[in-house]
Design a protein around this ligand. Structure first.
Ligand SMILES: Cc1cc2nc3c(=O)[nH]c(=O)nc-3n(C[C@H](O)[C@H](O)[C@H](O)COP(=O)(O)OP(=O)(O)OC[C@H]3O[C@@H](n4cnc5c(N)ncnc54)[C@H](O)[C@@H]3O)c2cc1C
Length: 278
């Protein structure tokens, strides 16, 4: 059965009663079916306008789950979101960015999801709504493995919430693929560096995707960057040991050794890009 609720409360009750699968932009949903048809009920949430768009209050910026990547690109946002915007511009093509949603990217939970490194660098949290309750958790906890999340079948990811504590941070996102355009990442890096008035880094966030089952923050590196002057040359702080927690695999796109080595270069370049923007 194909169901198309009009409000979030209708959607969560339809989801609970039908046990259906959620359909948003469909840009991961349909390719995953191959030549097949959806099995069981489908709950199309594309008309839930109340969970689309970006708003803010004093403490949080709220990205509705149904917000498309094109919406992210078009919305004026603080500087620390430059990495997220750059990632949005790299997701597929303009047609994919017009359909694909932020929640779809997160709930599909691909290790190569380009939206994840910038959002975990922003300390994003996810809001999960069901007929019974609304709960929140850090995105880093929500993503538990390759295609695995903590989402319960009856929950809709209604919003991604970003704390407003690093808004002036310079940020960058770099993606490496086998070609320049319309490509799945071999590695990608998001960096945010917040300097104080003297130009020293007070808050450093670095996340790497496509090199482990879920994207990872490099917290040892973040500690090493804190207190450094945010100026060209800051990339030299990075050493291979800062990336030792990554566990890249060999696959059709690249070998594990290449991924590890390329990620080191990407991290250095991402930090240099932040220094250029500071
Ligand atoms: C040609 C092509 C190129 C692509 N290139 C890239 C790329 O470069 N980088 C990249 O990261 N991705 C890429 N993608 C993947 C995809 O476009 C993105 O992951 C997109 O953000 C998925 O969003 P969607 O709304 O289409 O999700 P859908 O396909 O509708 O859903 C994906 C999954 O999430 C679930 N879901 C969706 N919304 C919610 C919600 N609100 N709450 C709970 N569960 C939900 C669905 O049930 C489904 O399991 C590409 C896809 C295609 C077809």
């Amino acid at each position: 059965m194909y169901l198309k609720p009009k409000t979030l409360s209708e959607a969560v009750s339809v989801l609970a009663s039908s046990g259906g699968q959620i359909l948003a932009g469909g840009t991961d949903f349909y390719p995953a079916l191959g030549e097949g048809l959806p099995q069981g009920n489908v709950v199309d949430i594309t008309t839930l306008g109340e969970i689309r768009g970006i708003s803010s209050d004093r403490d949080w910026i709220r990205i509705g789950g149904l917000t498309t990547w094109s919406d992210v690109i078009r919305t004026p946002l603080p500087r620390c979101f430059d990495a997220l915007k750059a990632a949005a511009r790299e997701i597929g093509s303009v047609q994919i960015q017009n359909r694909g949603t932020v929640a779809g990217n997160l709930c599909n939970a691909s290790p190569a999801a380009d939206g994840v490194p910038p959002l975990i660098a922003l300390d994003a949290e996810v809001e999960l709504v069901s007929a019974a309750e609304t709960r929140r958790m850090p995105l880093e906890q929500f993503l538990v493995g390759n295609r695995k999340t903590q989402r319960r079948a009856e929950e809709i990811l209604a919003a991604v919430l970003i704390p407003r504590n690093i808004e002036d941070g310079a940020s960058s996102f770099l993606k490496l693929g086998a070609r320049r355009y319309l490509v799945i990442s071999i590695s990608m890096v998001a960096a945010i560096l917040q300097p104080d008035a003297a130009g020293r880094v007070t808050d450093a966030r670095v996340a790497v995707g496509s090199c482990s089952a879920t994207a990872q923050r490099l917290r040892d590196l973040e500690r090493a960057l804190t207190g450094q002057l945010l100026k060209p040359g800051i990339g030299r702080v990075v050493a291979a040991r800062h990336l030792s927690q990554l566990s890249p695999i060999d696959d059709v796109r690249a070998t594990a050794i290449y991924r590890q080595d390329a990620s080191l270069t990407l991290v250095r370049r991402a930090l240099e890009a932040c220094a250029e923007r500071a």
